[in-house]
Design a protein around this ligand. Structure first.
Ligand SMILES: Cc1cc2nc3c(=O)[nH]c(=O)nc-3n(C[C@H](O)[C@H](O)[C@H](O)COP(=O)(O)OP(=O)(O)OC[C@H]3O[C@@H](n4cnc5c(N)ncnc54)[C@H](O)[C@@H]3O)c2cc1C
Length: 382
C-alpha cells in the first residue's frame, strides 16, 4: 500500500495542471517553472518540513518524500524547488532564535526563497575540505571572496546557504575543520560583491556560477559556531539523499508506466511490441529494481523520522534509486525505439533529467566509498 495516500492524491491533482507541453516549453527555453513552483508553494507542499510554530506543517521526511516522488511520477520535476523544502534544515537545527524567527516563517509562506546552496567549487571537486572561498571577519562583518559552481537556482532564490573557509585547512586537527556556514541575503548582495552567471547545462536546472568579490555581509549571517560548518552541512545530507532517492523512484515509475502503456499499444509485426519478451524483460527487471530501491528508501525514511542514525541507508537508497531510474530510463527509451528521441513523448527529456542523480548531489563512487569505509570497515581510500 502507498504511504500518505491523501498527500499523494493532492500532489497528483496539482500536477495534472502541468502536463508534458508545459515542461517541454520550459526545457526548450531554459525557463524557470515559476507557475509550478508557485502552485506547490500555495498548496503548502514546500513547507512540510518546517515546524508549525514557524508556519510550516511540521511533517516528516516520509511526507516530503511522498510529495517529491509523486511530482516525478507525474512527469514533472521537483529540481526547481526541492531545495526550498530542506535547505532551511541547517537554519532550523543550528540557527539562533533570531535567525529562525526572522527567516523560517517567510520561507514557510514562500515570501522568501531559500533554495540556493553554495558548496561545490570548480577546483575542489568532491573534496569539500579544499574549498577556497573565504570569509574573513572584519568588525561586525564578514568579507567573502571566492567562487562557487553549479549553484542551482541562485537566480531564483532570495537567500543562499554558503559554505566558506574561516580558517586555513591545515590549522585544525581535521581537514574539514575551519569551514563555516552563512545565510546570505542575496537581494542585498547582488551587485555589491555578489554576481551570478548562468551555466548552460544538459538539463533545465537553473545552474549557475556564483562569484564573491569582497562581499560584505553582517556578522549575524553566521549560522551556529564558526569553524563547524562542514558538520552542519553534513547533518542535512541524509535528508537530501532520501528526498533525491524518492524523486528517482518517482522517475522510475513514470518511465515504466510510460513504456508499458506504449508497449501495449504499439503494433509491429501484427502484435503489440510488449508481447515480445525482449521488450517485456527489461521493463520487468526495472520494476523489480525500483521496488527493491523503494524498500531501502522506506527503511531510510523510517530511521530518519525515528531520529536514528541512517547514513548508510540514506546513501544506499540514493544509489539504488538513481540506478533503478537510469535502468528504467534506458528500458523506456529502447521500448519507444525511434520515437523515444521525439520531444513530444517527454522520454528524452526525462532521460536527460534522471541521469543527474548518479552524479549530484553526490556521485555513486563517493557513496560506494562511504559504504566500504563506514559500513564494511575497509580502510579509507582517500
Ligand atoms: C545540475 C547540477 C546541479 C548541481 N547543484 C548543486 C548545488 O545546488 N550546490 C552545490 O554545491 N553543488 C551542486 N552541484 C554539484 C554536484 O554536487 C557535484 O557535481 C557532484 O557532487 C560531483 O562533484 P564534482 O562535479 O566536483 O566531481 P569530481 O569531484 O570532480 O569527481 C568527478 C568524478 O570522479 C569521481 N571521483 C572523485 N574522487 C573519487 C575518489 N576518491 N574515488 C572514486 N571516484 C572519485 C567522482 O565520483 C566523479 O564520478 C550540482 C551539479 C549538477 C551537475
Amino acid at each position: 500500500m502507498e504511504s500518505h495516500p491523501e498527500i499523494r492524491d493532492s500532489v497528483r491533482a496539482l500536477c495534472v495542471g502541468f502536463p508534458g507541453e508545459y515542461w517541454r516549453e520550459k526545457d526548450r527555453n531554459r525557463d524557470y517553472p515559476t507557475e509550478f513552483v508557485e502552485a506547490l508553494t500555495e498548496a503548502g507542499f514546500l513547507a512540510v518540513l518546517i515546524p508549525e510554530v514557524y508556519g510550516g506543517s511540521g511533517l516528516g521526511i516520509g511526507e516530503a518524500s511522498a510529495i517529491l516522488e509523486e511530482i516525478h511520477k507525474s512527469g514533472c520535476n521537483g529540481g526547481a524547488c526541492h531545495a526550498q523544502m530542506y535547505t532551511m534544515g541547517t537554519v532550523l537545527r543550528y540557527g539562533n532564535n533570531a535567525q529562525k524567527e526572522m527567516y523560517l516563517p517567510k520561507v514557510a509562506s514562500g515570501e522568501l526563497r531559500l533554495q540556493a546552496f553554495g558548496v561545490t567549487e570548480p577546483t575542489s571537486g568532491t573534496d569539500t575540505s579544499r574549498i577556497r572561498t573565504t570569509a574573513r571577519r572584519e568588525g561586525d562583518s564578514y568579507v567573502i571572496n571566492g567562487q562557487k559552481v553549479w549553484t542551482s537556482r541562485a537566480e531564483h532564490s532570495d537567500l543562499m546557504l554558503l559554505l566558506a573557509r574561516t580558517s586555513p585547512r591545515d590549522i585544525g586537527p581535521k581537514p574539514h575543520d575551519g569551514m563555516s556556514v552563512f545565510l546570505i541575503d542575496m537581494r542585498a548582495a547582488l551587485g555589491n560583491g555578489l554576481s551570478i552567471k548562468p551555466l548552460p547545462a544538459m538539463i533545465n536546472h537553473s545552474a549557475t556560477e556564483v562569484f564573491f568579490d569582497d562581499l560584505h555581509i553582517p556578522a549575524s549571517s553566521l549560522i551556529g559556531e564558526e569553524g563547524r560548518g562542514f558538520r552542519y552541512i553534513l547533518d542535512g545530507m541524509n535528508a537530501e539523499r532520501i528526498l533525491i532517492a524518492a524523486e528517482s523512484v518517482g522517475d522510475s515509475r513514470w518511465f515504466i508506466k510510460k513504456a508499458t502503456d506504449y508497449a501495449s499499444e504499439r503494433m509491429v509485426f501484427d502484435r503489440p511490441i510488449g508481447q515480445n519478451q525482449g521488450v517485456q524483460f527489461p521493463l520487468a527487471r526495472s520494476h523489480a529494481e525500483t521496488e527493491a530501491a523503494n524498500l531501502m528508501v522506506e527503511k531510510a525514511i523510517a530511521l530518519f523520522d525515528a531520529g536514528e542514525p541512517c547514513g548508510a541507508e540514506a546513501n544506499m537508497a540514493k544509489m539504488l534509486a538513481s540506478e533503478a531510474s537510469w535502468g528504467a530510463a534506458n528500458a523506456c527509451m529502447q521500448t519507444f525505439g525511434g520515437f523515444g528521441f521525439a520531444e513530444e513523448y517527454d522520454v528524452e527529456r526525462k532521460f536527460r533529467e534522471t541521469r543527474l542523480y548518479q552524479i549530484a548531489p553526490i556521485s555513486t563512487n563517493l557513496i560506494l566509498s562511504y559504504i566500504a569505509e563506514h559500513v564494511l570497515g575497509l580502510p579509507r581510500s582517500f
